[in-house]
Ligand binder design. Structure first.
Ligand code: AN7
Length: 361
């Protein structure tokens, strides 16, 4: 029988609130691959899988939360939405809003968003404003705009976003047959770690209507970029910096929920340097065959770092959610490990020159 993945709202209807299902706006998000990564298993002494969220319609995990947020807004008859964004939220909001026939305003930090994401927001017709400030300033302004004007806020402080994003946890358990021991992911505004924790807990809890699907919940390991690690530092960072612009966030909106996810699951939130992020990025692309954007490599950098310190239990089953596609921010692939620019070799259009250049003699 013909079957196509129907998007997360249809696939997980019994575990999502009714109000997101009245007027579903979907681009077929979710159903992303869980790919085993032998190179990472070898490096860490664990069994490592990657949840490849770059395979969503706009190339990041944000689509899971945007289908629910925009569907809920559509159900209420909303005409316009707004978000602050380091890039991926704006790309996703722009796509789902245009699909729903809504106006989409996006506030992005000036000069600090990757070209792929900027072009997506523009292509999907968003009203894009580059704000003189960082992400945290953009979020404050977006919240105020939504309070005082007829536009709905679709950042992850909107609970409908969390509902959609929790389905990533459901898919991991559905694919493995139970929860992994450890779930690792990057942390920026901390919506995703909050959502995954909610999903894992719901799947491990029987209710009057639904059985438990998992026998346990995983330890949540979150990783911030060292220059933007407020949860690790214990205070907001006023001028966050990192090459991983997606997680260049100094005052996460879901700070407390992230700490709760960490503590209730027996997990950790640590930081990784830009160098560690780029090294993990390179291992993913050159050995695992998975191309991600730098922020998405933070979770992989984190498990490698913990393995180096002897903090990865032997044989543990680890899922690392890699959150966004490498094509969002491709410039990092064009640098060698020593930082030099990679320039393709030029050859003539003849087999001899080509074979020669390939060392085939
Ligand atoms: C690739 O798009 O905050 O901790 O405005 O794009 O849930 O914020 C993006 C965040 C990780 C962090 N990986 O997730 C935005 C934005 C990628 C991201 C995160 C983001 P949260």
């Amino acid at each position: 029988m013909a079957h196509q993945w129907r998007g997360i709202i249809a696939e997980y209807a019994d575990r999502l609130p009714a109000h997101v299902q009245e007027k579903i706006v979907s681009l077929g998000e979710g159903g992303t691959p869980l790919v085993e990564a032998p190179v990472l298993s070898e490096l860490t002494g664990a069994q490592v899988f990657l949840k490849v969220e770059g395979m969503n319609p706009t190339g990041s995990f944000k689509d899971r939360g945007m289908t629910t947020a925009i569907s809920a807004a559509a159900g209420r008859g909303a005409q316009a939405v707004v978000c602050a964004s380091t890039g991926n939220t704006s790309a996703s909001a722009a796509a789902y809003a245009t699909r729903a026939g809504m106006l989409c305003a996006v506030l992005v930090p000036d000069g600090k968003i990757a070209m792929g994401k900027l072009s997506q927001a523009i292509a999907h017709g968003a009203r894009l404003l580059q704000v003189d400030g960082n992400f945290d300033d953009c979020l404050i302004a977006a919240r105020k705009l939504a309070e005082t004007h007829p536009v709905e806020l679709v950042n992850s402080v909107n609970p409908d976003r969390i509902e959609g994003q929790k389905t990533g946890a459901f898919e991991i358990v559905d694919a493995l047959g139970d929860a992994p021991d450890i779930h690792a992911l990057p942390v920026g505004n901390a919506g995703n770690i909050t959502a995954y924790r909610k999903g894992f807990v719901e799947y491990a809890t029987a209710t009057a209507d639904l059985p438990a699907v998992a026998s346990r919940t995983p330890a949540m390991w979150g990783f911030q970029a060292a220059g933007s690690a407020p949860i690790v530092a214990g205070h907001p960072i006023t001028e966050p910096e990192t090459i991983a612009t997606a997680i260049r966030i100094g005052n996460p909106a879901s700070w407390q929920q992230a700490e709760a996810a960490r503590d209730e699951s027996g997990g950790v939130i640590e930081s990784v340097t830009d160098e560690q992020i780029l090294a993990a990025h390179r291992i993913l692309s050159s050995q695992a065959g998975v191309f991600v954007e730098p922020a998405s490599a933070a979770g992989v950098a984190g498990i490698i770092s913990r393995a180096e310190r002897g903090l990865v239990p032997a044989g543990a089953r680890i899922v690392v959610t890699v959150t966004g596609h490498g094509l969002k921010d491709p410039q990092w692939a064009l640098r060698a490990a020593d930082g030099s620019e990679v320039v393709p070799t030029r050859v003539g259009a003849d087999v001899v020159s080509i074979a020669d250049a390939l060392g085939l003699g």
